[in-house]
Design a binder for this molecule. Structure first.
Ligand code: FAD
Length: 441
């Protein structure tokens, strides 16, 4: 019987283990945390958005980090295959706005319970508190895994698992396990308290594998200090925002954004963040976020609207008119940005003042230092370079017996269930081919 070791008990690892075990392999899924699926527990705000109901070809543009590489995997194990898998395992799902699919119970835990039960039923074993620390290698071939038991993961019972694992894990003596194939599913390096903290990257580098730098994707943007403190908590709906790099627009989105302590979150900021993180890492340009607070009104229409307000409320102060145009926390920043005195009666506002006001409403600009750190990202971009991996089997091209799946690879997607489907599809393909290395592609 072929022995398969899966390193990492997340979405990709559990699916890889189930698939390999269903093919008749003897499977051990090695997980460093006390329980598998810690990251899955916090996905979809605790509800786990397992996939998206869109057409399979729509997955590629929603995986801006090398989605094309997953074309074959997404065909071999589609979103419909995933839903059938869960249905056959007894877990019903619901589809919500934007095609987002969740377990019908609304509980991420049910996804993990279902996956663990399927692994057990297929004859696979899970070894928790076991951290892979290296490979047993024969020239050009992997023949086993070295691992250490985690004796203390640094948390007291009940402590929030989102706290970082860094430096807290205490490891026991080293053991080895033989394997005919090893599937690496160690995830990225964001939300390190879930166990995915990039600890396995040096092991992969030592093996001579090319790695792409680990960078945050889907992470809040970071404004320069002192620019947005008074806006903390403010939610902006229906705005158009663009990121400028050395004055040139490099991304533009329409929708919702939210100012949080030390960052700018919300869907449109998250979507633009992967480009910002790459620029910050590779080029260090001057970065700015430019928000059009009135995207539905072109400048001439906005001028007509403001002029009408001035006529209607001729005794009002300028700040009272601005309040009609933007939420209260933005009144002062908008007036300051236009160098206007909010206490000026509107009867004294000049045409030039009005033009300054329109300019700032259409181009409210915040200097950015880049993004919030990788630890706060929903997804990690970068990882094992895709030139090392056969997209049809997820096998390493240069090392026999080695496979990859999930976020450990240089693949990342937008929110909406695309990242978990990427993990499940690549996990399925890796499990299938690791258990049957001679399988026709
Ligand atoms: C807050 C948040 C919300 C999210 N929501 C969604 C969502 O709703 N839908 C969606 O599609 N995506 C979502 N994602 C992204 C999604 O969770 C990941 O893309 C996905 O979990 C990646 O799966 P994976 O199996 O590759 O890695 P992971 O789920 O990160 O699993 C990797 C596992 O490997 C283990 N491990 C690491 N190193 C070792 C080692 N040396 N030895 C043994 N074990 C090891 C880790 O402990 C971990 O359990 C979210 C992410 C976050 C942070």
């Amino acid at each position: 019987m072929l022995k398969v070791i899966v390193i990492g008990g997340g979405a990709a690892g559990l699916m890889a283990g189930i698939t390999a075990a269903r093919q008749g392999a003897s499977v051990v899924v090695m997980e460093r945390m006390r329980e598998a699926g810690k990251k899955m527990m916090i996905t979809g705000k605790g509800r786990c958005n397992i996939t998206n109901s869109c057409a399979v070809k729509e997955f590629i543009p929603n995986l801006p980090g090398n989605g094309k590489f997953l074309f074959s995997a997404l065909q071999q194990f589609t979103n419909e295959d995933l839903l059938r898998f869960f249905r056959e395992c007894g877990m019903e799902t619901v589809t919500e706005r934007g095609g987002r699919v969740f377990p019908a119970s609304g509980k991420a835990k049910d996804v993990i319970i279902t996956l663990l039960a399927a692994l057990e039923k297929a004859g696979g074993r899970i070894l928790t508190n076991a951290q892979a620390t290296g490979f047993v290698v024969k020239p050009g071939k992997i023949t086993g895994v070295r691992y250490r038991n985690v004796e203390n993961d640094g948390r007291k019972d009940g402590q929030d698992f989102r706290s970082s694992t860094k430096g807290k894990i205490k490891l026991g003596p080293e053991h080895t396990l033989d394997a005919d194939a090893v599937i690496v599913c160690t995830g990225g390096a964001s939300y390190p308290g879930t166990g995915s903290d990039g600890n396995f990257v040096p092991v992969l580098e030592n093996l001579g594998l090319a790695m792409e730098p680990l960078l945050p994707a889907l992470v809040p943007l970071q404004p320069e200090e002192g620019f947005t403190e008074e806006l903390d908590g403010l939610l902006l709906k229906n705005v158009k925002a663009s990121v400028l790099s050395d004055g040139r627009p490099i991304a533009e989105e329409f929708g919702e954004m939210q100012f949080i302590r030390g960052g700018i979150a919300g869907p449109i900021s998250l979507t633009m963040s992967r480009k910002v993180a790459r620029l910050q890492y590779f080029n260090q340009p001057e970065l700015e976020l430019c928000i059009d607070l009135k995207p539905a009104l072109p400048e001439d229409k906005l001028d007509t609207r403001i002029t009408k307000d001035f006529q209607e409320f001729s005794k009002a102060k300028l700040k009272e008119i601005v309040r009609k145009l933007v939420p209260q926390p933005l009144v002062e920043p908008v007036l300051d940005g236009a160098f206007l005195d909010g206490n000026k009666p509107v009867s004294q506002v000049t045409k030039n003042d009005r033009q300054e006001l329109i300019a700032i409403l259409k181009h409210f600009t915040i200097p950015l230092t880049g993004t919030r750190p990788l630890a706060e990202a929903i997804v990690t971009a970068g990882g094992v370079s895709l030139k090392e991996i056969d997209p049809k089997t997820m096998a390493a091209k240069r090392i026999e017996g080695l496979y990859f799946a999930g976020e450990v690879m240089d693949v990342d997607g937008y929110t909406g269930g695309f990242n978990l489907q990427a993990a499940f599809s690549s996990g399925y393909v890796a499990g299938l081919h690791a258990a049957q290395p001679g399988l026709a592609r």
